[in-house]
Design a protein around this ligand. Sequence first.
Ligand SMILES: [Mg+2]
Length: 351
Amino acid sequence: MSRFAFQTHRLSYSSVSHLFLKKKTCVSLCKRRCCHNNSGFALRGIHMDVTTSSKVRKLSQPQHLLDTVQIFIFDCDGVIWKGDSLIAGAKELITQLKDLGKRVYFITNNSTKSRASYLKKFRSLGLDNVDAEEILSSSYAAAAYLTSIHFQSKGKKVYVIGEKGIEEELEKHHIAYLGGESDKDKVPDMRPGGKVVQDSQVGAVVVGFDRYINYYKIQYAQLCLSQNSECLFIATNLDSVTHLTDAQEWAGNGAMVGAIRGCTQKEPIVVGKPSPLLINDVIQKHQLEPYQICMVGDRLDTDVLFGKNNGLQTVLSLSGVTTIEKVLSDKNKILPDYYIQSIADLLSKNI
Ligand SMILES: [Mg+2]
């Protein structure tokens, strides 16, 4: 990931929102212009090839989408795989897209793995047609963001609430850290006069999904952020729930971030979906317009919102956590451009 893209977006939450607005306006204008002059991006062509409902369209034939999109960004769990099972058609689709000259990326808010660990998972599922650079994990995004602001050169350390994925990415980016796995069994001294003593060199607290979060880690992070106004509060994501087992939904990283937010009254810099940080780098690297990129995901509040906030085309796959009833519900305000039953529906029949 280039440093430049991240340098240009050292964001507070308010500036992220501002960027969303600017980008949406820009994309809207661009789409209108393309429709009017028919300059190779025929939005109207796509519309002809879908089953239209009043709220959202089923993509019945992918050819026009394949013709207009240069980069496909796939969410992983629920789209490429489910747990440890590959979703049918995934490998064939990746190969087909690459043969067509398309670029593919895989984006995940799960910070418990590094890029290298994710690559092992891709390989274990038989996806030997994926490279590590094509994997955009929120653990990687946290380290890349810190690198973009030259965190290493300041001689500061990161306090980690999170698991191995964040630690591995920080190590790969030569960023000093403490906490994380090594604090998972720690208990603060709460006897009279007891206290937690924090390292004064901590310049950022990174909060990712942590199955071993405890009161010691919360107190440590609270001290770093409350006693040092310069200390950065970085969240890998704000997902409310996650899927540790297929029996139920489990509390997601929103719970860990919420704990730190609650005791510090500070808002985090979010580096994973739906923040624009990762996609800005992809757009800049490939010199494309946002509408030439398509986000394919199974969640409305992260994947589809991420795509829409950034002006991308969006496809919701019903192979994961979202049902068509939820999409069509009056309560749902986040509508994808198209929905599919699974990514097998994106395979071109013309090859
Ligand atoms: Mg998913």
